[in-house]
Design a binder for this molecule. Structure first.
Ligand SMILES: *Cc1c(COP(=O)(O)O)cnc(C)c1O
Length: 414
């Protein structure tokens, strides 16, 4: 019965049994590195399962061993995160970058081809172009506004096309809010699959998820998060998550065990606390963003506002994708001011309530300058091609009263 309830109804209790913790209504922080086995036989059995040396017996549960492998704060958190995306398994990490890098390392080996959408988060872009290439992985950035046929031809022309092992996309894209059709990317991945290998499709869902977009339902294999953003939501913790089918997640979790980049119990506890208010925060933020975007669009110092809620039929495919894939326009706004860096900086320097800081999805509104901050390291041609221009300010709308936000942004623009 509990399974049929909505995720927001289950975030306070799912997966936690108070009887196991002296009746405490909330899951305690299991600040422990290791767990005592009742018998040596039990320890042996747990390790057999942890290392996949044998299959689970009927009704057998994986026991607690050591906090690099598992910990109650992480396990309960992972079960709760699965509910939002309808995932079979989840792994939580100490940062979004560790979730992304671990997933990529898991499915790409030397000689393979890794395809990614442009633009992606600056850190992801760096990891793909400057770290994976060092390990002999071929990488190729695509323009996701190209048609499926154009993309098939472009990837097909790459010398390592028959070794395509992973497609990593980000939709909506950070910082431009451009949308990518996940179903098309599934078709693209399947087009290049070989008899003995499939192509893993991963989606960074940080911008709209886990409430407003569910990539697994549209054909993605893995969904990735910077849980630092909406999931954490209070600018007080760095964390990440990766979710998907059990067989793939088994590989990701094994890689996590040996890289040792799992989140600690305190991070797990903080994220469980955050998940209780995830839905109300995101609803409020999305409502605020609509008011703020509408007000900004009318300001004379603004050239253009990139906000998913402004898409109309005239936007063609972008509008179609929005309707088929997104449950809300979310709370991220790309503001193109009139002028260049000087004008963008003037706005950022004059804000009072909205804070000038990178990151997003938090209770407080944040604004930053992608071209010189989060995406400073992206190569200049790519920046130019995908509109990460000097006059772009990225705004993440928080839970304040929208009239106060509008007043602050208006005085900064004036
Ligand atoms: C912030 C962010 C990341 C990186 O996450 P960290 O938690 O900072 O490591 C990855 N992808 C997107 C879209 C992000 O916004």
């Amino acid at each position: 019965m509990m399974k049929d309830m909505r995720p927001e109804s289950l975030m306070m209790s799912h997966g936690y049994d108070p009887k196991l913790s002296e009746g405490a209504i909330k899951c305690p922080i299991f600040q422990t590195s290791t767990f005592v086995f009742n018998t040596a036989e039990e320890g042996k059995a747990f390790f057999e399962l942890a290392y996949g040396l044998r299959e689970k017996e009927e009704g057998e549960q994986m026991g607690l061993i050591y906090s690099r492998l598992n910990n109650p704060d992480l396990q309960i958190l992972e079960e709760r995160l699965c509910l939002w995306d309808g995932a079979e398994e989840c792994a939580v990490f100490e940062s979004g970058m560790s979730a992304i890098s671990t997933a990529i390392l898991c499915f790409c080996k030397p000689g393979d081809l890794l395809v990614y959408s442009n633009p992606v988060y600056g850190g992801t872009d760096h990891f793909i172009n400057h770290v994976m290439t060092k390990f002999g992985v071929h990488v190729m950035g695509i323009d996701p506004t190209d048609s499926l046929e154009e993309l098939k031809a472009a990837i097909g022309a790459h010398p390592a096309a028959n070794k395509l092992s992973m497609i990593h996309i980000e939709t909506p894209a950070n910082p431009t809010n451009k949308l990518i059709c996940i179903k098309d990317m599934r078709a693209l991945a399947d087009h290049f699959k070989q008899e003995d290998r499939s192509v893993v499709l991963s989606v960074d869902n940080t911008y709209l998820g886990p409430v407003y977009q569910h990539p697994l339902k549209h054909g993605a294999d893995l969904v990735l998060y910077s849980a630092t953003k909406y999931i954490g939501g209070h600018s007080d913790v760095i964390a990440g998550a990766c979710m998907g089918r059990a067989d793939l997640m088994m590989e990701v979790k094994t890689m996590r065990t040996f890289l040792g980049n799992m989140a600690g119990p305190w991070t797990g506890w903080l994220l469980m606390r955050s998940l209780e208010t995830l839905q109300v925060r995101m609803e409020r933020q999305a409502k605020n963003a609509k008011h703020v975007a509408e007000a900004l669009a009318k300001h004379p110092a603004i050239e253009r506002v990139g906000y998913l809620g402004f898409l109309t039929e005239a936007d063609g495919k972008q509008f179609e994708i929005f309707n088929s894939q997104c449950d809300s326009a979310g709370a991220m706004i790309s503001i193109y001011v009139k002028g260049g860096e000087k004008e963008a900086f003037a706005m950022l320097n004059k804000m009072k309530l909205v804070k000038l800081a990178v990151s997003l999805g938090s209770t407080e509104s944040l604004a930053q300058h992608p071209a010189t901050m989060t995406h400073a390291d992206v190569d200049p041609e790519t920046k130019k091609k995908f509109n990460i221009s000097p006059n772009l300010v990225r705004l993440s709308v928080g839970v304040e009263h929208y009239e106060d936000l509008i007043a602050d942004l208006t005085q900064a623009l004036d």
